[in-house]
Design a binder for this molecule. Structure first.
Ligand code: NAD
Ligand code: TYD
Length: 365
């Protein structure tokens, strides 16, 4: 299989398409004008999403209206085997790109059960169906994270051969799902690829993750809670660059291979937050709020907080000719722009199930 597989996939099942990266990926495939790229995909997308607090079907309502023949939404849980099987049957699914997951480390620390259910058992269900429909499945791509590798010290990078050493229930459940995917490749010879990506940021990210949380708190003059000493390092990647990488893998990658995807953009958390404060200061000065940097508040550290993540993405660069196109400066400006222009989206996601869940776990904040 090579370059033209994108046009061979007729009915691509995307799981978790109403979340942050899934939404951006679907928009990338069906609305290429937005990105300037023209991915060669002419088939239909079937988006299976449970719509947890993190899933928002509005993200794709314009896509649904513009592409009634090429985009279908199925409201289903990947832990529900019969609903999944029905989707495979009804839509003659011949390719899978699996994003659906419980994705937030802090939530996994207070309530790990859903992580094991969705990330492990949900992935297992998809693999079993891929096995059942093996004759027609052309591609199964599994999206994973660099967090499966655990923490780096001050030196070194994660490569595709770094041993797994997850620290949180989230990363452990993703590690387990990665092992299942590799085992299904080796045992059943399914057409699979896997990618482990660093921290993404960009439009449609739920404001529980560092960057959107900080942008929205800073805009409304609320404290900016930085965990520990703020010197933990993450390797940031603009979400559209991740989408390009996934599509490169699904059209030019080799079955059975894993690709690390990263931004070559290591930053300490405190530097990310200060940069964001300075941009907001310039773009939306607010006399009542005053200096955004003064909102920074160092709070108790996250238990098991990995110190440093950094990806060596030489393999995908060399073998698939992928490179991130966005720098952190341009990506952060675009992201802030998006959150400034989409205050209705923010209000909607902040008023939904997530708020109720947070209130149950932590009391009203
Ligand atoms: P997200 O939390 O924004 O979205 C997850 C989506 O999955 C939501 O739409 C949710 O409704 C859906 N979902 C959750 N449980 C489900 C279930 N049981 N059945 C069906 N749908 C379900 O997550 P994201 O940030 O878009 O991450 C997507 C994938 O990328 C995940 O697998 C994550 O591990 C991986 N990843 C994320 C990052 C990152 O920085 N966000 C980095 C590397 C890898
Ligand atoms: P996060 O966005 O939760 O991603 P991950 O834990 O998957 O890397 O967090 C990114 C970094 O920011 C991580 O080191 C934890 C830190 N962080 C804070 O300091 N304060 C916050 O409020 C949050 C959500 C994260």
């Amino acid at each position: 299989m090579s370059g033209d597989t994108g046009t061979l996939m007729k009915n691509l099942l995307i799981t978790g398409g109403c979340g942050f990266i899934g939404t951006n990926f679907i928009r990338y495939l069906l609305s290429p004008g937005e990105s300037g790229d023209k991915p060669a995909f002419t088939g239909r997308i079937v988006n299976v999403d449970k719509l947890t607090y993190a899933g928002n079907p509005d993200n794709l309502s314009d896509i649904e209206a513009r592409h009634p023949d090429r985009y279908r939404f199925v409201h289903a849980d990947i832990c529900d085997v019969s609903a999944l099987e029905k989707a495979f049957d009804d839509f003659a699914i011949d390719a899978v790109c699996h994003f659906a997951a419980e994705s937030h480390v802090d939530r996994s620390i207070v309530a790990p059960d859903a992580f094991v259910q969705t990330n492990l058992l949900g992935t297992f269900n998809l693999l079993e169906l891929a096995r059942k429909y093996q004759k027609r499945i052309k591609w199964f791509h599994h999206i994973s994270t660099d967090e499966v590798f655990g923490s780096l010290g001050e030196q070194g990078f994660f490569t595709e051969t770094t041993p797994y050493d997850p620290s949180s229930p989230y990363s452990a459940s993703k590690a387990g799902s990665d092992h299942l995917v590799r085992a299904y490749r080796r045992t059943y010879d399914l057409p699979m690829t896997l990618s482990n990506c660093s921290n993404n940021y960009g439009p449609y990210q739920f404001p529980e993750k560092l960057i959107p949380l900080m942008i929205l708190n800073a805009l409304s003059g609320e404290p900016l809670p930085v965990y520990g000493d703020g010197k933990n390092v993450r390797d940031w990647l603009y979400v559209e660059d991740h989408c390009r990488a996934i599509w490169r893998i699904m059209t030019a990658g080799k079955f059975g291979e894993t690709y690390n995807v990263g931004g070559r953009c290591e930053m300490q958390n405190i530097d990310v937050v200060e940069k964001m404060c300075d941009i907001l200061e310039r773009r939306v000065p607010d006399k009542k709020i005053g200096s955004r940097r003064k909102l920074i508040s160092f709070v108790k550290d996250r238990p098991g907080h990995d110190r440093r993540y950094a990806i060596d993405c030489t393999k995908i660069e060399r073998e698939l000719n992928w490179r991130p196109q966005e720098s952190f400066d341009t990506g952060l400006e675009k992201t802030i722009d998006w959150y400034l222009r989409n205050s209705d989206w923010v209000k909607r996601v902040q008023s939904g199930q997530y708020r109720q869940w947070m209130a149950q776990q932590y009391g009203e904040r």
